[in-house]
Design a protein around this ligand. Structure first.
Ligand code: SF4
Length: 345
């Protein structure tokens, strides 16, 4: 039995408790609601995104379907993007002389040794994977989807290479399977896009994302951090433009100089034009970028890993997962997270 006096203390205590509970709730709403990421994560990671889509584990298998690129054959431009050497795209199992189905079967055999229960997504990665007639594309995508264990497709392409006719077909496909169209954005600055010979503008990128969304199709993108002329301030500005795109997933890549590219030659002639990140500096730059990014964007990766024999610089000698671990540690140390300083709606 509680005495009158002790009941007063009890209610006073309950009052404090209620205030405390309210404070926790408000903090949760203000902070965590702005952080729509998995428990314990400080950014939206791709594995969690996939685990919401599939009740089993999925792994991407790269496919080289033998496409070319309109920025190489003269349709959009000649010579390609100055940083591009397409040899960096292809894993060992992925040879163009093999059919799409064969490449996927080989990829499955490679991964299933370690993970027998794994399911897969066909990743049309090399060159421009929408650069053909719609009937031909239909045949290729559907060949991939006919392979046992392939649960969906990811199509890498350029923003200036998606017609409405193609999007109509992809919308149909999207109703039947998992589909993600991945656009090379690379930069939000037209000056930079011109300098790296992309052959399209940022307005073209915005248009592609808008039309893809209107067709109900999920879109992802990738950007390169550290392109010539893009300093830290420019990258922070870029976060706003990227956040405004209706993109679902994003890949960030550090600028790498690859043998046999026009950029490698430019570097040799004018090294002062380039700022190649050291690993620690890049970690901090990525965190600054994440802090300003829309909080619901899913980050698929933060670094590219070109084959050692093709890489000129920077060579960090670090695997993708090692970089991610370092990034997570620094996010903790800085007590920060994706979207912390996001200024959009
Ligand atoms: S990066 Fe893509 S668009 Fe640019 S040249 Fe290479 S394949 Fe073509």
């Amino acid at each position: 039995m509680i005495s009158f006096e002790s009941r007063d203390i009890f209610f006073a205590h309950r009052g404090k408790r209620a205030v405390f509970v309210r404070f926790v709730k408000i903090t949760y709403l203000c902070v965590w609601k702005k952080r729509p990421m998995a428990k314990g994560m400080r950014y939206n990671d791709f594995s969690t995104f996939l685990s919401k889509e599939f009740s089993y584990k999925v792994q991407k298998i790269s496919v080289n379907a033998g496409f070319t690129c309109p920025n190489r054959d003269g349709t959009k431009g000649f010579g390609g993007c100055t940083y591009c050497n397409n040899q960096t795209f292809n894993p060992a199992y992925c040879h163009v002389e093999k059919s799409i189905a064969r490449q996927l079967e080989d990829g499955k055999a490679f991964f299933s040794r370690k993970y027998p229960q794994m399911h897969y997504l066909a990743y049309f990665q090399a060159y421009t994977n929408t650069y053909a007639e719609v009937d031909k594309l239909r045949q290729m995508y559907e060949e991939a989807l006919s392979v046992d264990g392939i649960e969906g497709i990811i199509i890498g392409t350029r923003p200036d290479c998606v017609s409405d006719e193609l999007l109509d077909y992809l919308a149909e496909l999207n109703r039947k399977t998992f589909l993600l169209v991945e656009y090379g954005i690379e930069s939000a600055s037209d000056k930079t896009l011109q300098m790296i010979n992309r052959g399209h503008t940022f307005a073209c990128t915005k248009d592609a994302f808008k039309r893809t969304k209107e067709h109900g199709i999920r879109a992802g993108g990738h950007v390169i951090l550290g392109l010539p002329g893009e300093d830290h301030e420019e990258l922070m500005r870029q976060t706003k433009q990227i956040s405004e795109l209706p993109l679902v997933t994003l890949k960030l890549h550090q600028l790498q100089l690859i043998k046999g590219t026009r950029m490698a030659l430019e570097y040799k002639q004018n090294p002062e034009m380039f700022h190649l990140y050291a690993a620690d500096e890049y970690v901090e730059t990525v965190i600054d970028y994440l802090e300003r990014l829309r909080p619901d964007i899913v980050l698929e990766r933060f670094v590219s890993q070109s084959p050692k024999e093709l890489l000129i610089a920077p060579d960090w000698g670090m695997k993708n997962y090692e970089f991610t671990e370092r990034l997570k540690r620094r996010l903790e140390e800085r007590d920060t997270w994706q979207g912390k300083y996001y200024e959009g709606n």
